[in-house]
Ligand binder design. Structure first.
Ligand code: SF4
Length: 220
């Protein structure tokens, strides 16, 4: 049984695949926070802004088998005829690796999908994942040592960039922590965390600034 909060077709907004059409599949549940506000202060990850509880979102639900899950995802992809456009599914959460197993990976590959994941790096990435984005959180122990993108929310007192330099990645991104004091009229690159991230990238050029383009163009 797979529990999915929501499933929808959009553009990947950030990272190396920014701008690319993809089906997003948001699995329920996370191992670093219960998703309940009463638990936030004592959670390992305290700044989450994602609703990953329940199956009541757009396209969400419970899927009894990997094939049913893959069919639901396939139904959201508009054009399997165009061979130049390989279908992409982004498995996110919550923590998708609590549920994304070999059966689901095989079923999605059989359906023709390239599989990307967005994970917190505390669980091993199964074989068969085509693109891995790892986003470390707080003091959580990392088990992932190799990934495609390391995307670090910045700044985090317990998870500063130096701690993750031994992780092998194709891309190293700093993603400015959302500043609750930033007004909507304030351009995205004027808030303090973005300025700090820019300064870190300029001093340490392994890192690139992650820009959340979906917020700029106002899509989900
Ligand atoms: S690890 Fe990700 S999904 Fe889990 S609580 Fe933190 S930000 Fe939210």
């Amino acid at each position: 049984m797979y529990s999915v909060k929501e499933m929808f077709y959009t553009l990947q907004g950030e990272g190396a695949n920014a701008g690319r059409p993809a089906v997003f599949c948001r699995f329920t549940g996370c191992n670093l926070w219960s998703g309940r506000e009463k638990d936030r202060a004592t959670a390992t990850c305290t700044f989450c802004d994602t609703d990953f509880r329940g199956t009541d979102g757009e396209g969400g639900g419970k899927f009894a088998t990997a094939e049913e899950l893959a069919t639901a995802i396939t139904n959201l992809w508009p054009d399997f005829e165009d061979r130049q456009a390989r279908p992409l599914v982004v498995c996110t959460g919550g923590e998708p690796l609590l549920q994304l197993d070999d059966a689901a990976i095989d079923a999605l590959h059989d359906a023709g999908f390239e599989i990307a994941i967005e994970t917190n790096g505390t669980l091993l990435i199964p074989r068969g994942i085509d693109w891995s984005v790892v986003s470390p959180k707080g003091k959580a122990d990392m088990v992932v040592t190799v990934c495609d993108e390391l995307k670090l929310v910045y700044p985090q007192p317990d998870a500063m960039p130096e701690r993750f330099l031994s992780i092998e990645a194709k891309h190293y991104y700093l993603s400015p922590m959302v500043d609750p004091h930033r007004s909507d009229s304030d351009p995205i690159y004027r808030n303090a965390h973005t300025r700090a991230a820019i300064e870190h990238c300029l001093k340490h050029p392994r890192w690139k600034l992650n820009v959340q383009t979906h917020k700029i163009v106002n899509i989900a």
